[in-house]
Design a protein around this ligand. Sequence first.
Ligand code: TPP
Ligand code: MG
Length: 664
Amino acid sequence: MTVTLKPKLDRTHVLALLRDMIRIRRFEDKCAELYTQQKIRGFLHLYDGEEAVAAGIIPVLEAKDRVVATYREHGHALARGVGMGPILAEMYGKAEGCSGGRGGSMHLFDAATNFYGGNAIVGGGLPLAGGLALADRMMGETNVTACFFGEGAVAEGEFHETMNLAALWKLPILFVCENNGYAMGSALERTESEVDVSDKAKAYLIEAEKVDGMDVVAVEAAARKAIARIRDTGAPMLLECMTYRFRAHSMFDAQLYRDKAEVAEWREKGPIVRFQGWLLENGLIHDEEVAKIEADVAAEIAEAVAFAEAGTWEPVEDLTTHVMGEAPPPPEPAKPSGQAVEITYREAVKQAIRDAMIRDDRVFLMGEDVGAYGGCYAVSKGLMDEFGADRVRDTPLSESGFTGAGIGAAAAGMRPIVELMTVNFSLLALDQIMNTAATIRHMSGGQFGVPLVIRMATGAGKQLAAQHSHSLEGWYAHIPGLKVLAPATVEDARGMLWTALQDPDPVLIFENVMLYNMTGELDEVAGPVDIDKAAIRREGTDLTLITYGGSLWKTLEAAEALATEGIAAEVIDLRTLRPLDDATIMASAAKTRRAVIVDEGWRTGSLSAEIMARIVEQAFWSLDAPLGRVCSAEVPIPYPKHLEDAAIPQVPAIVAAAKAALGR
Ligand SMILES: Cc1ncc(C[n+]2csc(CCOP(=O)(O)OP(=O)(O)O)c2C)c(N)n1
Ligand SMILES: [Mg+2]
């Protein structure tokens, strides 16, 4: 393949480069002014001095390509073609903003130009870029994803995890490190043993080049070469652009870490002064042309200010829009064939995955040891042989990296199922789950969704001690933007996955480890089930026992024991922990007038606490007795069997709590 790699220096082109940089600079000068007038609030990070990077790289991309940026992204958004008016309106927080006013300066999004933000988590955008590129690779697209980040991000695990994934899976990503010398006040020399970012990339076998980021022509030439190469080979590349920020890190930075002389020295080598001077000296452009650019840009800025000023405030009644997308109606229940088969919970989950992969080419399973090993709980055994290593995708041990890749792939149109071995390990991916998956729809004003399913094992009982055994689903149920499911029966293990995959938002499925070997009867034609209603698993009139997941079976056993003493307990299986099905809970509480919640999470701040609060709020006057609960003891789960058993809800404790609620 031949690509013109020589710098392009015809007049129209150099004027465009100069214009793009001046446009960013003047726009941000205005932003700084508007900030002092308190028109713009929050954090404002200016790109002053770094304009050559965005102006040199982004116009080289094609419309289909994708861009992931950081909180210092005004320049990237402008260069990508996001309108100046909507960008400024976003900083004002107006509904006409490019993210509907929901994101502000650090979260500019624009679906029309494939601009995926605006990410205020240092390093947080890298896994997302990995996933966007993974989707392109899997869908056979030739797009390039350009991922911008500061040199501070190279200390983050998300940088290393994504470098490795990108190199390993040959993902078409242009990594752009904007090395401006400081991460807030820290120079790399004070924080890194190896300060050469391009060398770090090379350690992952990623081609890398260091380029003078103050020279727009050099940046553009390097970008053209890199992007052509990525398109040609499909493999990632990294450009380390050596640049400098002239202004404070944000508007709240006293700049104690550097002296004025240093800034002044860099200003002299600034990208605009240098390029403009060189063009004028060499007669490539004339003063009038610069004046024209300045005048045009000034007019555009004035128009953008007028647009932002005239913008409207979103009504407070709309506060909770763009948290969740609109889910499709629940599936029609399959007509029972009458032929039941005995099946394990593990097999039911596997059948659900297999069924989803057959139904929809966009579905793939990804996680640690899901392929050759067959899954740490043997759920996916044999699936790699059937569907291939692309769709049953083993990942490195990098929870944040591959969960983020799932998020990006989902946002780009795939339907990934990410498996995390246990909820304890999911904490390594919490940033991606909470700060990206659960927020991107909202931050982008509804432009981007993450139809991703994450499955993980939860719960104690296998003597795996304190780092494998916790029940943290209640934590996840705290987070707006997520749906949280806890299938307790083989029917739900088989049926919830497909419905979850149809959901436009991230759905977390918690599989209690003690259930994998459980067997149950499943109709031969069992298929998708709803994911929004709690189920009454046993009817009763004396009190309501509310539970989910692994505790369901202990609770049903307790109900059986209570029945022998003449107590008719109703048992609710929550099934969905977020959003909670208040209607079913309240109807039962109103009927029985007493309730006990059984929750394998720790008592303090638990899901049980939330349910109790809701019952008190909504059904207090129906109650005849204080609410009760049976939770895990406030201890990291211990190893010895007798202590582990004592730490989590057990049948006798449930029976005792039920009796206490009845005053017996
Ligand atoms: C994970 C995380 N840790 C800390 C911060 C606070 N913080 C915001 S910007 C920043 C410095 C980042 O520097 P760099 O990556 O070099 O980008 P630059 O600001 O120089 O463009 C820090 C520490 C954050 N936003 N995210
Ligand atoms: Mg920096």
